[in-house]
Design a protein around this ligand. Structure first.
Ligand SMILES: [Zn+2]
Length: 232
């Protein structure tokens, strides 16, 4: 999903809380995911899942959220269902080759979408905050189903970059596409989403405002990217 406008940051009041004590082992979810962007230096920041159940109004209210560590915008935004990994350098970096997206665990591809405009961008003059320059706002994407019926979703990929077909078996670390800005996206980024077998969103990060289990093979320190290796 999109990333709200940086110009509004001055109006937000992020709430800070103490980080998780990473000296204590964190219980694990049913999957142990690897970070889905091998070129870790390509990622600037994370805009994560919103754990605040209140649906805010649009505009400034849309910035009221709670991330896995109990923090507000810009660590999350209202009703966000996934983890947005922003491409460092934006469209210039995308034009210079962007970054490959890989499967976060073994599984089978159950849905793909490709062929859509991939330069959607922030636009304050548009009521949605995002413009696709008159093109459709459909995201190029891949959905993979894993053991137990859990799914991972990879959205906003570059046009023509989807590297897998429905029905294909993929291994953890296999390329599935390249980071772009297709669909409701204000800048090039990967929207990575984990769902349970009923389609309910799970934040893969354990934290004070999230569930106690981490779904990453190696969650790492607060604000560091998870480890790339998939376990199990
Ligand atoms: Zn998103």
């Amino acid at each position: 999903m999109g990333w709200l406008i940086v110009a509004l940051v001055a109006c937000s009041a992020p709430k800070e809380t103490a980080p998780v004590d990473t000296g204590v082992p964190i219980p694990r979810g049913a999957l142990q995911l690897g970070f889905p962007v091998p070129d870790r230096d390509a990622i600037a920041t994370l805009v994560g899942v919103d754990h605040d159940p209140v649906v805010q109004s649009s505009g400034i209210g849309g910035l009221v959220c709670t991330d896995y560590e109990g923090r507000g915008f810009p660590h999350c935004y209202d009703e966000h269902d996934g983890s947005d990994y922003m491409l460092d350098g934006g469209f210039d970096a995308m034009d210079a080759g962007s970054a490959v997206v890989v499967a976060a665990a073994d599984g089978v591809v159950v849905a793909t979408e490709d062929g859509h405009y991939d330069r959607c961008h922030a636009d304050l003059s548009d009521p949605s905050g995002v413009s696709c320059d008159g093109n459709d706002g459909v995201a190029n994407s891949v959905t993979i189903e894993h053991e137990g019926g859990f799914r991972t979703l990879y959205w906003h990929l570059m046009n023509g970059s989807v590297a897998v077909a429905v029905g294909a078996s993929v291994g953890c670390g296999d390329p599935v596409g390249v980071i772009g800005s297709s669909g409701y996206s204000s800048a090039p980024h990967l929207h990575f989403e984990l769902q349970d077998p009923d389609g309910v969103v799970i934040d893969p990060y354990a934290g004070v405002a999230s569930q106690p289990e981490t779904w990453w093979a190696e969650q790492g320190e607060v604000d560091a990217l998870p480890g790339a290796g998939c376990a199990g």
